[in-house]
Write a protein that binds this ligand. Structure first.
Ligand SMILES: *[C@@H]1O[C@H](CO)[C@@H](O)[C@H](O)[C@H]1NC(C)=O
Ligand SMILES: *[C@@H]1O[C@H](CO)[C@@H](O)[C@H](O)[C@H]1NC(C)=O
Length: 489
């Protein structure tokens, strides 16, 4: 009692109350946690075919467990820029005992054998003769997806979209039920298929392969949530290159730093490093009918990805190993695929010393890549002549569309000139911009603004944020107001 004389205690209590109030007021500023929305009434689709298929596939995964956790990579990650003329030796950065390599190889052989021999016992769940776009989004990536989806609809494509997320807590009823249906998109929750128990083994990196596996479409265009096409992509499904291979991927800037041990494990000859770059996998096309086996092996690589195949396939290169699993699986099975050779290009704007601050990546048309003979025919009409093929996809890595980071003065500034003034984000290199079309960036910011101002109160991740619309509008007015985009709507 003597330790707490009445006078001091009153003051302490007062201070404690003030601190609590301040804490309570500030909490929303740094805390975002998706709140359970109580009982969400939503239409649960019938996932029985997916559930049944997963039970079967999961048994095969467990039967062919590669065992033994890999030792940590002792040195730095592989980081090699792709070079198509200059051959360098394939890096070997993993130290795995031969006994472990043998065990992983036997399990790989076992799995491949099982899916080939057993193929009367299963059929991949999908609706025949359907095409669609598949993606994943949750939390902070939902607003970004909405921008991409509105850009997709600007191409007038009627391809439907399925949006995958891991858990029920990530489901956003306001978006999934109030906004997406008008854009021909539906939400799918992986845990509805795997069950709460089945999610135990699953990590976020595996989401792409699961989404493709469980999508209801036969022919799939996968798009990361921050990717959009510049024209209706449906024609690629009809193209000869897709019809003959059923799997198309686009390249990354980095070398494909797959470990030589992976080739031993999958009984393949290692490719020379200059043969093809690593896969970007922000966009890819896949036929579930033609590539059932590939997709099962992709799922196996992803199921044992964090523990085995991600380090084996990329040795820690940027983007991780899941993006390599598609072509790795197809080539291990001897199935056809087409990896676009036209290299990706960065879009950005210059810094003080003339370097490029990239904020987007451009990927090119597979048709022209595959059939160079048609170059002339498809040359864009009203744009400066360019030797580039048609730009087809933009993968934006800015803006990240969070009020906390968009236009953050402490970030590298893709939207400010070196002199500090607001500017377009995509002004360089000139040839890449001409090819993409100068208006594309205006259209993109029109959609950023539309989403920020029309859906400001809808996203879970924006519940405690403010000023998103205001900030985007301010930027828009400073940079684009008065500029008439040629197809403004
Ligand atoms: C490839 O490597 C060679 C030799 O180091 C170099 O001269 C060339 O510029 C590189 N090419 C690219 C596209 O980086
Ligand atoms: C929505 O997708 C279906 C295919 O599932 C398609 O037939 C329909 O035309 C699409 N509607 C719109 C408005 O894009």
């Amino acid at each position: 009692m003597a330790l707490f004389p009445g006078r001091v205690r009153r003051r302490d209590v007062l201070i404690a109350i003030i601190l609590l109030v301040i804490f309570w007021l500030l909490t929303p500023l740094w805390q975002y946690s998706p709140k359970p929305h109580g009982i969400v009434r939503r239409t649960r689709l019938d996932y029985r075919p997916q559930q049944e298929f997963w039970r079967y596939l999961h048994t095969l995964f467990k039967k062919n467990d590669p065992g033994i956790t890999l030792p940590e990579r002792p040195g730095p990650a592989a980081l090699i820029e792709y070079n198509d003329t200059h051959e360098i030796p394939r890096p070997e950065l993993l130290q795995i005992p031969q006994t472990a390599v043998d065990k992983i190889r036997d399990a790989h052989k076992g799995f491949v054998n099982d899916i080939k021999v057993d193929n009367a016992q299963w059929s991949l769940p999908y609706k025949p003769n359907t095409r669609g776009i598949v993606t994943a989004a949750s939390g902070v990536s939902f607003p970004i997806l909405l921008v991409s989806l509105r850009m997709i609809r600007r191409t007038h494509t009627t391809l439907p979209m399925e949006v995958f997320m891991m858990l029920e807590e990530e489901y956003e009823p306001d978006i999934c039920e109030g906004v997406l249906p008008s854009l021909n998109a539906t939400c799918v929750i992986i845990s509805d298929i795997l069950g709460a128990k089945g999610m135990k083994d699953i990590q976020r990196a595996q989401l792409k392969s699961l989404a493709i596996l469980f999508s209801s479409f036969e022919d799939i265009l996968w798009l990361d949530s921050d990717c959009f096409p510049l024209r209706d992509p449906e024609y690629i499904f009809q193209s000869e290159v897709y019809q003959s291979t059923g799997l198309i991927t686009w390249p990354d800037f980095w070398a494909m730093t797959t470990s030589p041990l992976y080739y031993e494990i999958s009984s393949q000859h290692p490719l020379p490093l200059k043969e093809r770059p690593s896969t970007e996998a922000a966009e890819l096309l896949l036929s579930k009918k033609k590539h059932s086996l590939t997709l099962m092996l992709v799922s196996y690589y992803n199921y044992y990805g964090p523990s085995h195949y991600y380090p084996l396939l990329s040795q820690g290169a940027p983007g991780g190993g899941d993006k390599e699993t598609f072509l790795a699986a197809a080539s291990a099975l001897g199935e056809p695929f087409y990896a676009i050779t036209e290299r990706a290009r960065r879009l950005g704007h210059p810094t003080m010393n003339g370097d490029l601050v990239g904020s987007a990546t451009v990927h090119y048309d597979p048709i022209r890549d595959h059939e160079p003979i048609t170059h002339e025919k498809l040359q864009p009409k009203n744009e400066k002549a360019t030797t580039l093929p048609r730009a087809l996809f933009i993968h934006t890595y800015y803006p990240k569309l969070e009020s906390a980071t968009i236009f953050d003065p402490f970030n590298v500034q893709p939207t400010r000139n070196p002199d500090g003034k607001w500017s377009r984000a995509w002004t360089k290199p000139e040839e890449t911009i001409y090819n993409v079309g100068f208006d594309t960036e205006i259209h993109f910011w029109e959609e950023v603004k539309w989403v920020a101002c029309n859906l400001e109160n809808k996203f879970l991740s924006w519940k405690n944020k403010w000023g998103v619309c205001e900030r985007v509008t301010h930027y828009w007015n400073s940079v684009f107001e008065g500029i008439q985009s040629s197809t403004a709507n």
